[in-house]
Design a protein around this ligand. Structure first.
Ligand code: SF4
Length: 897
């Protein structure tokens, strides 16, 4: 099949979509005749208009086959596809025959393409007859779905990215947009440059990079957002800022919502007391909201990941409905999705409480539409287990077989130690993944090799309801297959052949589009049936398309016609009674843990962990804590710290930071057993969920801290992965084509040489081993050199501060042959020429570190981001680091510049 390619010299260009966040940026992949691949933003894609962030630009560094799962594996032995498919089908069939359809489950992912998702949902709900299919998107946006459905009667995001050009007040609630959706953040900044009167308000317990250009940062107590927005609703009524015409014509429920708001947030003083922010700041925020018609509220995990996430979403939507700020340009409550295809999963019913095509499991008419469309033997009448409950059901023995697709729940779910125990005891665990070694594949009985981003073909839907094609540009690695192929071939072997006889993603897409129109007649916003007849060629060339679709295939702004999807056609304001997070701090667990992302990593590192550029921004798991808490718990910056909750423990380095409120700490979610000895944040997180949405409370777990004092610290570089499982603390990082490991131990060794040589047994074969040891001061350095080329090196010292800087050492691995001076410098533990420590990377496009930038700011007297870009190129490409450059300028100013 031909691809939409543009001839540009000798390069073939494939237009596809970024596999990371929900912005859904269009990408152009250029494949030169030499095989060299380069990635740029697609200027024709409406989501990003040619821009990409640091993660998108680094995609070419993640395409190698290292660590890929290349063949099916059954009970630890490689197998052919025929045997693997037969085995999955027969083992699932056995469990269903013996225990019924409720004894099996699928746990799927926002990384799947819509076509994969559609087939998985069809198999479980229509043919196995259980609703036990849920997705890791439950962890990121289920509360937004539930909130929209309660208010609007439909899971329809009412905004799109053009609203970011038209809004004049941006409220960024519980979202670090600058790091997690950088292309949208820059779009907001451009609007502000064009319209200096536009304002940005950030609502977040942390002072994140997003606060850099904010006019107002409300650094509220975690979990108190509902008081803030209830107070706003009450204030809008008092200030006569409600839109009564809109309210009367298009909504119900104002009075009860207002009564609840007045009772729970009667005054700015009361809101200030609960949220712990100054009254004057709250008054300023309320006044900005009251006077700005074009107000858009962007929210994500800080709102959704809460035991009252749905209520928080509705408290936001209430304020928009009461002021008529929805269904209009530049206004609305806008949920930013985390994953590339969280929205596609919602469209096909990938959640346990949905049917396909935005239909409801509890609605008999909807069940009848889906059942007859699929010609399915059965359809469940009640919701299945949502993510956290699904794994509890496994632990309790109710679910005896699970198929996990394209996700790593042993890292990403809360209370992961319990999840591990559950899966280890589950009679059948099937995992489809593109990677061989993840925390989850380690507990699988059967492994099925799935294709990865560059190999897959299908569609994804971004946060603004825009469906885009993901096109393959590399051949499949090994025996890897598309997920839809794997699922449908298992379905055929389970006896459902006719309904799963798919041969292409296009065929599945047409069926999915046709179902969206079935029995619809305007009763559901999700209707893409206009695309149900497209040919294979038209599918191949499909341009990004946004729903709801009009007859002529142009997008329609949702709710612009004043029509909502409750029985009375009106939107509902929901009375929201605020609740604090379920588990509060105590003398035993005195600090509240907040979790989230870092700028340059994605999920559980299986892809971004391969990129040297992305790995240099944040190299190891860390916790951020306020200086007062650091003093209180006797923790210095950089020390190893054990963090424990009632559910588990981990070990990280402390970063003392004024970004945190007192009494709260922050730890990123990405690290796992493949990249760190004890870096799984999920092990700490409490498994409490929102009662409506089932979304877990990732943003608030009580924890305690304790400094750890290792006997020695060290690091090593090697060209291959090595096993450090016997060392108490280690973290692995990609650096310039080699792997770097940071290490620490709580007991020493009699013979460092013997110890180090045992680590590098295979490197030492036919190689030269040179070393330096000072027994008195416990300093050890060694290098393994083969045919003049550096293969590995290791440095040990009593403390971290006695270890050399790393970047010059990583550079030595690039040399085909070490010079005599370089050998000397290796053993001396310092570069031959003075090479200053550049510090952690800030600009990943141009590989420029913090210390280099600060040095230039001080020495050259740089005063603006533009002058930094001109001098060093930092910030001149994707722009993702611009907020950090501004922070460095601010820091330099504060530190006496
Ligand atoms: Fe990918 Fe970055 Fe665009 Fe998100 S903002 S889709 S990570 S390029």
């Amino acid at each position: 099949m031909s691809k939409p390619t543009d001839a540009a010299d000798t390069d073939a260009i494939t237009r596809t979509t970024c596999p990371y966040c929900g912005v859904g940026c269009g990408i152009q992949v250029s494949t030169a005749s030499t095989g060299q691949i380069s990635i740029t933003g697609d200027p024709r894609h409406p989501a990003n208009q040619g821009q990409l962030c640091s993660k998108g630009y680094a995609l070419a560094e993640t395409l190698d086959h290292e660590g890929r799962l290349l063949q099916p594996v059954i009970d630890g032995r490689t197998a052919g596809w025929e045997q693997a498919l037969e085995e999955v089908a027969s083992r699932f069939r056995q469990v269903i025959d013996e225990f019924g359809p409720q004894a099996v489950a699928f746990y799927v992912s926002g990384q799947l393409l819509t076509e994969d998702y559609y087939v998985a949902n069809k198999l479980m709900k229509g043919f196995i007859g259980s609703a036990n299919i849920d997705t890791n998107s439950r962890l990121c946006m289920a509360s937004a779905v539930a909130g929209y459905k309660r208010a609007l009667g439909t899971d329809t995001v009412p905004c799109d990215y053009t609203d970011l050009d038209q809004a004049r007040l941006f409220i960024l609630a519980g979202t670090n947009t600058a790091w997690c959706h950088p292309v949208l953040y820059q779009r907001i900044e451009r609007t502000r440059q064009r319209h200096p009167e536009a304002r940005i308000v950030v609502i977040d317990p942390r002072r994140t990079a997003t606060c850099g250009t904010a006019d107002l940062h409300l650094q509220l107590k975690p979990g108190t957002d509902t008081w803030l927005f209830n107070g706003l609703l009450h204030h809008l009524a008092e200030a006569a800022a409600l839109d009564w015409g809109f309210i009367e014509q298009q909504t119900t429920g104002l009075l009860s919502a207002l009564t609840m708001a007045r009772e729970t947030a009667p005054s700015i003083a009361s809101v200030s007391g609960v949220c712990e922010i100054p009254e004057s700041d709250i008054a300023r925020f309320y006044e900005m909201f009251a006077r700005t018609d074009r107000t858009i509220t962007l929210f994500s995990q800080g709102i959704n990941q809460s035991s009252s996430g749905t209520d928080k979403v509705n408290s936001i939507i209430n304020c928009h409905l009461a002021t008529g700020r929805i269904g209009k340009p530049g206004a609305g409550p806008f949920s930013l999705t985390g994953q590339p295809n969280a929205m596609g999963g919602r469209e096909v019913g990938g959640l346990a409480n949905q049917l396909a095509a935005h239909m409801d499991i509890g609605n008999a008419e909807h069940r009848s539409i889906v059942q007859s469309f699929w010609q399915a033997p059965t359809l469940p009448e009640t919701a299945g287990h949502m993510a956290v409950d699904m794994f509890s059901a496994i632990a309790e023995g109710g679910i005896k077989a699970i198929w996990i697709m394209a996700t790593n729940p042993l890292v990403s779910l809360p209370d992961t130690n319990r999840i591990r125990e559950a899966l280890e005891n589950c009679p059948l665990v099937v995992v489809s993944d593109c990677m061989r070694d993840t925390d989850t594949t380690a507990v699988a009985d059967i492994l099925l090799p799935a294709q990865t981003w560059a190999e897959k073909d299908g569609t994804v839907t971004n946060a603004e309801r825009r469906i885009s094609r993901q096109r393959s540009f590399l051949p499949a690695a090994g025996e890897a297959r598309p997920d839809w192929w794997i699922i449908s071939r298992v379905a055929q072997r389970m006896g459902f052949g006719d309904q799963f006889n798919y041969h292409s993603a296009a065929e599945i897409f047409r069926e999915h589009a046709a179902l969206s129109g079935s029995g619809n007649n305007g009763s559901r916003t999700f209707d893409i049936s206009a695309l149900s007849q497209i040919s294979d060629q038209e599918y191949e060339r499909l341009e990004p398309v946004q729903w709801p679709l009009g007859r002529d295939q142009t997008a329609i702004r949702p709710f612009a016609d004043g029509k909502y999807y409750h029985a009375d056609g009106k939107a509902r304001l929901i009375p929201v009674n605020p609740r604090l997070p379920r588990h509060q701090t105590s003398p035993e667990y005195p600090l509240a843990l907040n979790t989230g992302r870092v700028r340059d990593h994605w999920h559980t590192l299986t892809r971004t962990g391969k990129s040297p550029r992305l790995s240099q921004h944040r190299q190891a798991p860390y916790l951020e804590l306020h200086p007062d808490d650091a003093y209180r718990f006797r923790l210095e910056d950089g020390v190893l710290t054990r963090v424990a909750s009632q559910w588990g423990a981990m070990t990280v380095r402390s970063r003392v930071s004024g970004r945190q409120r007192r009494g709260e700490i922050y730890i990123p979610m990405h690290w796992n057993d493949q990249f760190a000895s004890a870096g799984r944040t999920g092990a700490l997180v409490n498994p409490v969920t929102d009662p409506v949405s089932g979304q877990p409370e990732f943003k608030h777990t009580p924890v305690c801290l304790q400094a750890i004092d290792p006997v020695w610290e060290g690091f090593l570089f090697t060209r291959r992965n090595i096993d450090l499982s016997k060392i108490e603390y280690w973290v692995k990082t990609r650096a310039l084509g080699v792997w770097g490991y940071e290490m620490a131990g709580f007991s020493g060794t009699e013979d460092w040489s013997e110890w180090a040589q045992a680590l590098f047994q295979s490197e030492r074969q036919g190689a030269e081993w040179v070393e330096y040891i000072d027994h008195r001061t416990v300093r050890y350095r060694a290098a393994c050199i083969k045919d003049g080329r550096l293969e590995a090196c290791i440095f040990i010292a009593p403390g971290r501060e006695q270890l050399p800087e790393r970047s010059w050492l990583a550079q030595l691995f690039r040399n085909e042959r070490l010079t005599g001076t370089e050998r000397m410098s290796l053993l001396a533990g310092q570069p031959a020429e003075n090479q200053p420590d550049r510090g952690p990377v800030i600009c990943s496009c141009h590989d420029i570190g913090r210390n280099t930038i600060l040095g230039e700011i001080y020495q050259q007297g740089l005063h603006s981001v533009e002058s930094i870009s001109k001098r060093l190129r930092a910030g001149s490409s994707c722009g993702t680091c611009l907020p950090e450059l501004r922070e460095l300028l601010h820091y330099a100013g504060q530190s006496g510049f």
